[in-house]
Design a protein around this ligand. Structure first.
Ligand SMILES: [Zn+2]
Length: 110
């Protein structure tokens, strides 16, 4: 058994699984209607957008941790690297949330 990427949403799945637990992609069923393909594509996008928000949160947290450990607290202004990480994290998080919101509202329509 090994871990492979789902061809539809690139979620990590077991090579033995007949169906992707994330988007429902089935290896055995090759005849899929276009609507289902579009839906799976959107679910894959939603998964990626969600991952992007987590990643942005992680960057922000690393920025705050750096700030904390460099100064022994938040009583001094953060260094350049911490500022940059926090800025990228916050902007990235907002962008990812907007992306996630757009994908989710498209999913609701279908
Ligand atoms: Zn999948």
């Amino acid at each position: 058994m090994s871990i492979v990427r789902c061809p539809s949403c690139s979620h990590r799945i077991s090579s033995l699984a007949t169906e992707c637990p994330n988007c429902g992609y089935s290896k055995t069923n090759t005849q899929i209607d276009p609507e289902t393909i579009a839906l799976r594509h959107l679910r894959g996008l939603r998964y990626r957008a969600r991952m992007a928000t987590y990643f942005a949160m992680l960057i922000t947290m690393v920025g705050f941790l750096m700030w904390w450990f460099q100064n022994g607290g938040f009583n001094q202004l953060p260094g350049k690297a911490s500022q940059l990480l926090i800025a990228i994290g916050v902007v990235g998080y907002l962008a990812a949330r907007i992306w996630l919101f757009k994908v989710s509202s498209q999913l609701k329509k279908t």
